[in-house]
Design a binder for this molecule. Structure first.
Ligand code: ADP
Ligand code: MG
Length: 653
């Protein structure tokens, strides 16, 4: 269920999702798979039961047949055309779907044949087969795109043993083992380069060709290609936690979380099909008991059965969402459920966490303002305390301080407070590095920086010893990305940050944000998103875009949590609903545009399909349309729905 339905009916949590998936698999594995096995064995020759009976039908129609010759001549193409329908009927009965498309078509076909409408009966199966072919062509298209993504999954790894490299299944490789990855091969497991210099292409994972020079000490990810020369990689994660495996798992799970539109179509379907079948029984079996005219009434009943195509599939809604999953995966955007697209399509509010999304998250130190010590001393103290932090502020301080004495690193005890700073013991000496509020909480008064920017204040043994000022660059195309969101129906853009107002305000006004909240602790950010969730419209959604590092709680709170720069971040991989592997901010509006396209196409298919279906039923009931006319119109309707679905393209236009 989608989070946007009601606050109590949120999307299932990740653990719940996995349980649902397991149960579904267990159910599907028996009955379904046997049916599918039979179907897939005739998959390759699927066109045969369409073309052959169509030709035989034309031949039979052209021949001057009389008496018993007529039914016999039409029985041959009918048998060929209905054989796969009958097989599919068997598997739907096994799955307890008694009103499946195939069963309704088969029943209508038998009725038509019994009424002496032989060509109509054959044509029904031929058109049904043709519609199935068109649909499976589209399915294969998405399947192929998906398979291309899933092909990043490695099948073997060369582990360096005592007698040189030996091939092994990636599942059997343990963290700590050394792999040889030759030039031109895919990296099988996540790890760190221990020998060699090469260029790595992350295209399979991030959706964009981005050759990237790496050498000793760099982290590399499974699924990426090693382009130029052989490298040795020390494995850091077991196979099932590696990037390629996680992505493939997410992609496979995503399909089992249906969109609300699909659920709506299914609900409509359960009433619609039952109603039409009841009408068909009344028309074909009950009316003639009183009024006579069996033949014409049975024909009308057949027409009704043809009109009663189950809705969700007929409207191609699952197809549209699956296509969306495949397209966005090809662009390096992985979604944890089909319902995420729907929530993104309905997003009227998009909230950005500033650092790492709107800005590059790469600070550069502009000023060092020490108190009673040298600039170098201040930087060294701060860098020692920040030795283990992954925060962008910490990285900037470490870079500015340069190489630290390695002995220092052994005596550090650190505690990091998200959204505030770090406190550390270096030997006996206590250091605080963080924002003014963080130091104030520890009873230390900070100086007000003379220039705007993000300040990391530093205290040693309870005494203030200065601050380090830094700036972050706005992402190139951030403005275009926000405009892109507005074009796609987002009417409220919100910027949240833990950074100081003086750093955030110029940015917010330059980029036209509608709302800015600065100097927030992570829990304040969660409160702000919660407030927006409480005050949104019934059908609208709130999306949150962050880096997924320390905003997992907010991601879970919003209708959709979108994380940028997920490659290499386990926290982001676990927390977000939509994963943008690289840091291309334009992928946010592009994914929203794609989601809107999927939503719109599904809505058109559903409304158009349902309205035309009801008209067909009405006219079939009144006997205005012959079974032949209903057959042809029902086929044209399916074709129109499928062609409309073809409009879904990667740019969402
Ligand atoms: P943002 O909202 O911009 O993503 P955070 O919530 O991560 O920022 O952090 C808010 C502020 O807390 C930062 O601007 C910084 O001043 C301070 N801060 C957070 N972590 C650290 C750290 N490791 N070292 C120093 N300062 C930090
Ligand atoms: Mg942040």
């Amino acid at each position: 269920m989608a989070k946007h339905l009601a606050r109590s009916e949120k999307r299932p949590l990740k653990a719940e999702k996995q349980n649902i998936r397991r149960e579904r698999r267990a159910k599907e594995s028996d009955a379904g798979e046997r049916g599918l096995a039979i179907l897939s064995s005739i998959e390759n020759a699927r066109w045969l039961p369409v073309i052959l009976p169509a030709l035989l039908l034309i031949a039979a129609a052209l021949l001057p047949l009389e008496g018993w010759m007529r039914p016999t001549a039409y029985a041959i193409p009918a048998l060929i055309a209905y054989a796969p329908v009958l097989l599919a009927c068997v598997s739907s009965v096994r799955e307890k779907q008694f009103f499946s498309n195939e069963i309704l078509t088969f029943a209508a076909g038998v009725l038509l044949f019994a009424c002496g409408l032989y060509p109509e009966s054959v044509l029904l199966a031929v058109l049904f087969g043709a519609a199935g072919l068109m649909e499976s062509f589209l399915h294969n298209d998405s399947r192929k795109a998906m398979d291309a993504v899933l092909s990043m999954m490695p099948d073997k790894a060369f582990v360096i043993g005592e007698e040189g490299p030996e091939p092994r299944a990636p599942q059997d490789v343990m963290p700590g083992e050394i792999l040889l990855v030759s030039a031109g091969e895919r990296i099988p497991l996540d790890g760190v380069i221990v020998e060699g210099i090469t260029t790595v292409d992350t295209a399979a994972v991030s959706g964009q060709r981005s050759p990237w020079a790496v050498n000793e000490g760099y982290r590399v990810y499974s699924g990426c290609m090693n382009l130029t020369s052989d490298i040795k990689v020390r494995v850091t994660k077991p196979f099932d936690q590696s990037t390629a495996c996680s992505i493939c798992r997410i992609m496979q799970e995503a399909e089992s979380f249906s969109s609300e539109q699909e659920l709506q179509a299914r609900r409509f379907n359960s009433f619609y099909v039952l109603g039409v079948v009841a009408l068909a029984v009344l028309t074909g079996l009950v009316f003639p008991l009183f009024k006579g005219g069996w033949l014409s009434h049975l024909c009308r009943a057949a027409a009704l059965l043809i009109a009663a195509r189950p809705a969700a599939d007929a409207f191609a809604i699952p197809l549209a969402y699956r296509k969306g999953l495949a397209i966005s995966a090809g662009n390096g955007v992985f979604s944890k459920g089909e319902d995420c697209f729907e929530a993104m399509a309905r997003s009227e509010t998009v909230v950005f966490d500033k650092t790492g999304t709107i800005t590059e998250g790469r600070f550069t130190v502009t000023d060092v303002v020490p108190v009673n010590m040298s600039e170098h001393q201040l930087l060294t103290i701060a860098a020692a305390a920040e030795s283990y932090s992954r925060h962008a502020v910490a990285q900037a301080i470490r870079e500015a301080a340069g190489e630290l004495d390695k002995r220092l690193l052994h005596i550090i005890k650190v505690q990091e407070t998200p959204g505030k700073g770090v406190s550390a013991f270096v030997g006996e000496r206590q250091i605080y590095v963080g924002n003014a509020e963080f130091l104030y909480e520890h009873g230390i008064k900070c100086a007000v920086p003379a220039r705007p920017g993000t300040a990391a204040h530093v205290a040693l043994d309870g005494k203030y010893c200065g601050h380090i000022l830094m700036t972050d660059k706005v992402r190139r195309r951030a403005f275009d990305a926000l405009e892109g969101l507005r074009v796609n129906g987002v009417d409220k853009l919100v910027l949240l940050t833990g950074d100081v107002l003086s750093a955030a305000r110029p940015l917010a006004s330059k980029l036209n944000f509608d709302m800015l909240r600065a100097e927030l602790k992570p829990e304040d950010k969660a409160k702000a998103v919660d407030y927006l969730m409480q005050n949104k419209g019934d059908r609208s959604c709130v999306s949150f875009v962050g880096d997924g590092e320390n905003d997992g709680k907010i991601m879970a709170l919003a209708d959709v949590g979108i994380a940028m720069g997920v490659l290499g971040s386990d926290a982001a991989l676990a927390a977000a609903d939509v994963l943008i592997m690289d840091r291309d901010i334009m992928k946010v509006p592009r994914t929203v545009a794609l989601s809107r396209m999927i939503y719109l196409v599904s809505q058109q298919n559903m409304v158009g399909g349902a309205a035309s279906g009801l008209v067909l039923v009405l006219f079939g009931l009144l006997g205005v349309f012959s079974p032949l006319a209903v057959e042809i119109m029902s086929f044209l309707l399916t074709a129109a729905v499928l062609i409309n679905t073809l409009r879904i393209r990667s740019d969402g236009r």
